[in-house]
Design a protein around this ligand. Structure first.
Ligand code: F6R
Length: 244
């Protein structure tokens, strides 16, 4: 079932998401957390850090990683996760995994990453953002809903959206290793966050349009425990939304 929670703004959304994550970690300190990067989860990490919870036993897997950046590049998700999640939340870096993007065989790295998630017992709570084109992680429109972790080619829309993190648009990598929609669908709880009017069209299509590969985020409606936290701007086009 998909439960939609509409909040006033990004800050309130971050607090709501942090409350859900904190409950899980309090109940089970070695919870496996799925980490999205990008702008959307930043208020969640801030609200979680503010709770002062002991996260030293929490395990974590990032959703994705760019291919083709030099090791240590500040916009690699390895660096972003270390800076924005692991350090401020006090996670143990040894328990945080990001797909390995600097080996010779990215396809092999993708399948090894999938196996690591399975070996950890799967992801308990997966934090997700949504792309303006409806992507989930780097599963771009057209990706099969049951795809495992794989090498993905980024769409022009995604590269242009992410250009803000790089010096110039053509510095945005063209490929990434991403958890697949099938991988994401096996997480225990999905926590999809969407803030701002630029997400409104994709969010309404994900929640009310056809479920299928053209709109990857629609896969969450097949999940038994999916929670969407959206601010009023992102939720504006959802016809059946719960009033704030
Ligand atoms: C990030 C990711 C992406 C983002 C999405 C939204 O790891 O996989 O799917 O969640 O592109 O990005 P923001 O939050 O920057 O709007």
């Amino acid at each position: 079932m998909t439960h939609v929670v509409v909040v006033r703004d990004e800050r309130e959304g971050g607090e709501a998401a942090a409350a859900i994550i904190a409950d899980r970690i309090e109940a089970r300190p070695d919870t496996v957390l799925g980490i999205a990067t990008g702008s959307t989860p930043l208020t969640t990490w801030a609200a979680l850090a503010e709770r002062g919870l002991d996260l030293s036993r929490t395990r974590a897997f990032a959703l994705d990683e760019y291919l083709g950046l030099p090791p240590g590049h500040p916009q690699s998700f390895e660096a972003v996760v270390a800076r924005e999640v692991t350090a401020p939340l006090g996670l143990d870096p040894a328990l945080v995994q990001v797909p390995a993007a600097n080996g010779d065989d990215p396809d092999l790295a993708a399948s090894q990453y999938e196996r690591s998630i399975v070996a950890a017992g799967g992801i308990d709570v997966q934090v997700l953002g949504i792309g303006r084109n409806g992507h989930l992680a780097f599963n771009e429109p057209g990706t099969p809903l049951d795809a495992p972790t794989h090498v993905a080619v980024l769409s022009a829309a995604t590269r242009s959206d992410n250009a803000r993190f790089f010096g110039a648009p053509d510095e945005v990598p063209t490929r990434a290793i991403t958890q697949g929609l099938g991988t994401i669908a096996r997480a225990g709880t999905l926590l999809l966050l969407a803030f701002g009017s630029r997400k409104a069209t994709a969010l309404a299509a994900a929640l009310e349009g056809p479920i299928g590969a053209p709109l990857p985020a629609s896969v969450i409606r097949r999940h038994p425990d999916a929670i969407v936290i959206a601010d009023t701007d992102a939720a504006a086009l959802i016809a059946k939304r719960v009033p704030a």
